[in-house]
Design a protein around this ligand. Structure first.
Ligand code: NAD
Ligand code: UDX
Length: 460
């Protein structure tokens, strides 16, 4: 097997950054270079002030501080890093297509293909190419045919090594993975990659499969995880009609070891860059093989999630006497979950959009998300002009200011600090009646009602 001394990772994002930082920390003898076409992002990764890294993840800054400049490097010199490395990870974004065939469903593979062509153009020595991005099953075939038709005699081995980290806990997930999955044809290539992980992951947790199983397992894992959330969210609506309590139901079913207790937290709907994109992709793949029952089955997970976001907004509007026009609504949280600055597909964006259609004014406080980011998330939807978004939505860096004179609080993200606020003070400064819509079920209902709030949550 090939001895790996230098690794290149193309894509300095939420996956490439933390994953390579941990690989570098655990393999001091390997030089790891993360490259990206985005100069601003690379500059931020190289910022001497690690609080300015482009990604917020608990524990990440410390590892970057420890390894950067020793065996971890961030650069825009892509060709150079490809050339000197024996192993190249492709960790670029694979968003849902916004144009052409498969628009709104299929994964856009143009960035992945550009990487493959870039590697094909500049590689002068044999390489192991690792798919780290989440890809449709059988993508390795396309990558292989690009790499095998360069006219040179450079040999490429392709591996699939999907990433299972969750944002907000990325470093812990990387340090203690449930499993590492490696799919490939060449046993030598598989073992080369297994030895990189072997520096800290026990061998029995490194699963070797064929390439196609590995590619499909990633889409399947995300589909199953998201399905659990849509399942409990579907039950939450029934709970609201029947005086059952969704958290009690979740606890009761979760104690059945066959079901398990994790990932059963009812919410305003799942967000993040992965679940929706990967399920849409799975649905698209199933349809492309004419498996319509399979496609419809998984599509329902998305339909239910859209419904959950929508009914949260509708409930807020109808509770506020059927109008939010000109009313201030305070949002606590904009990120798609706690402990991340990532807002991709966050439920907050869609709930806000719906309220803005009803001419609400929204004041947002999120400990890690800037006003600029919030504006760009809303502008991306193209529902109204940038000027209107700017006038109707404002972020503040003080939660009490966001909630002052508000008619309602909408809790969109489960940041721990929200629980510690002085809710009595918030109540006193709000318009009356003062409403709380807890999209994460993080506050205590009886405590809030004792203060005087009209409190509503999910599934109760
Ligand atoms: P990201 O958008 O944060 O990062 C991708 C980076 O790739 C960007 O900085 C972009 O500039 C760069 N890039 C794009 N094309 C390039 C090219 N041709 N050359 C060099 N750089 C290029 O995306 P991410 O969240 O890190 O996700 C990356 C992949 O990992 C996706 O396929 C995603 O589905 C998968 N994934 C993500 C997560 C997650 O939690 N975010 C978890 C598991 C898997
Ligand atoms: C997910 C997968 O968990 C991870 O394995 C994969 O690599 C990438 O996609 P991520 O999207 O970062 O990770 O976060 P995750 O913790 O899965 O949360 C996704 C969304 O579901 C968030 O909006 C979260 O708030 C929501 N969620 C999660 C719930 O509403 N209820 C739950 O019980 C769990």
């Amino acid at each position: 097997k090939m001895k790996v001394t230098k690794i290149c990772c193309i894509g300095a994002g939420y996956v490439g950054g933390p994953t390579m930082a941990v690989i570098a920390k655990k393999n001091p003898h390997i030089k790891v270079t993360i490259v990206d076409i985005n100069q601003a992002r690379i500059d931020a990764w190289n910022d001497s002030d690690v609080s300015k890294l482009p990604i917020y993840e608990p524990g990440l800054a410390e590892i970057v501080k420890e390894t950067r400049g020793k065996n971890l490097f961030f650069s825009t010199e892509i060709d150079k890093a490809i050339n000197e490395s024996e192993m190249i990870f492709i960790s670029v974004n694979t968003p849902t297509k916004t144009y052409g065939k498969g628009k709104g469903m299929a994964a856009d593979l143009k960035y992945v293909e550009l990487c493959a062509r870039n590697i094909a153009d500049v590689a002068k020595t044999d390489k192991i190419v690792v798919e780290k991005s989440t890809l449709p099953v059988r993508t390795a075939q396309a990558i292989k045919s690009i790499l095998d038709n360069t006219g040179s005699d450079v040999k490429f081995d392709i591996l699939s090594n999907p990433e299972f980290l969750a944002e907000g806990t990325a470093i812990q997930d990387l340090l203690n993975p449930d499993r590492v999955l490696i799919g490939g044809e060449s046993e030598d290539a598989i073992e080369s990659l297994a030895s990189v992980y072997g520096s800290w992951v026990p061998q029995e947790q490194i699963l070797r499969t064929n390439v196609w199983s590995s590619e499909l397992s990633k889409l399947t894992a995300n589909a199953f995880l998201a399905q659990r959330i849509s399942s409990i969210n579907a039950i939450s609506e029934l709970c609201e009609k029947t005086e059952a309590d969704v958290d009690e139901v979740a606890k009761a079913i979760g104690m059945d070891t066959r079901i398990g207790s994790k990932f059963l937290k009812s919410s305003v709907g799942f967000g993040g860059s992965c679940f929706q994109k990967d399920i849409l992709n799975l649905v698209y793949i199933a349809r492309s093989y004419n498996l319509h029952e399979v496609a419809d089955y998984w599509e329902q997970v998305i339909i239910l999630n859209d419904h959950q976001k929508r009914r949260f907004a509708d409930n807020l509007i109808s509770t506020l006497y059927n109008t939010v026009s000109g009313k201030k609504i305070g949002f606590l949280g904009w990120a798609f979950k706690k402990d991340t600055n990532d807002t991709r597909e966050s439920a907050a964006i869609y709930v806000a959009d719906h309220l803005l259609n009803e001419q609400a004014n929204i004041a947002v406080y999120d400990p890690k998300v800037s006003n600029e980011k919030i504006q760009s998330d809303l502008n991306y939807l193209n529902t109204r002009s940038e000027e209107e978004n700017r006038n109707l939505v404002q972020a503040t860096n003080d939660p009490y200011e966001a909630l002052k004179d508000a008619h309602a609080v909408a809790i969109m993200t489960e940041w721990d600090e929200f629980k510690t606020y002085d809710w009595k003070k918030i109540y006193n400064e709000m318009k009356k009646p003062a409403f709380i819509f807890d999209g994460r079920n993080i506050l205590d209902k009886s405590e809030m009602e004792k203060i005087g709030f009209e409190y509503s949550s999910i599934g109760k």
